[in-house]
Design a protein around this ligand. Structure first.
Ligand SMILES: [Cu+2]
Length: 127
């Protein structure tokens, strides 16, 4: 190999190392929920055998909200909260208030359900 190809050869050898390094870095990054600004509006949502109350949360397009799910008793199947559009799942333990940060869509609605899709709720946009 002539000397003028040495830099290219070095680059080709370095590439797999770089790709592996990036892959490892990405692998350590858990899928993150949106973070709420300090002044984000908080909305309490009760979880019971009746489902979610309220079952519609009004928001501005793109607004980031903190939904505070309160599940005081186990007599319901609300232990798993699912956002079908993204597949995001959140556990709602009994006797706890669970904060879930969500960003309202720019149009349409953002549905959430229990794990079996029986309880239905949604972020709906103010018109
Ligand atoms: Cu259910």
């Amino acid at each position: 190999m002539s000397p003028r190809w040495q830099p290219l050869r070095a680059a080709v050898l370095a590439l797999p190392v770089l790709v592996l390094g990036l892959g490892a870095a990405c692998g350590t990054t858990a899928p993150s929920a949106p973070t709420a600004p300090d002044d984000a509006r908080r909305v309490d949502v009760m979880v019971s055998g009746m489902g979610y109350a309220p079952d519609e949360v009004i928001a501005e397009p793109g607004e980031t909200l903190v939904l505070v799910f309160d599940r005081p008793d186990a007599a319901n199947c609300g232990e798993e909260l699912v956002f079908p559009a993204s597949g995001r799942k959140v556990e709602l333990p009994v006797g706890a208030k669970t904060e879930v940060v969500v960003t309202a869509p720019s149009d349409g609605r953002l549905a959430f359900t229990c794990g079996m899709g029986m309880y239905q709720g949604a972020i709906v946009l103010r018109n």
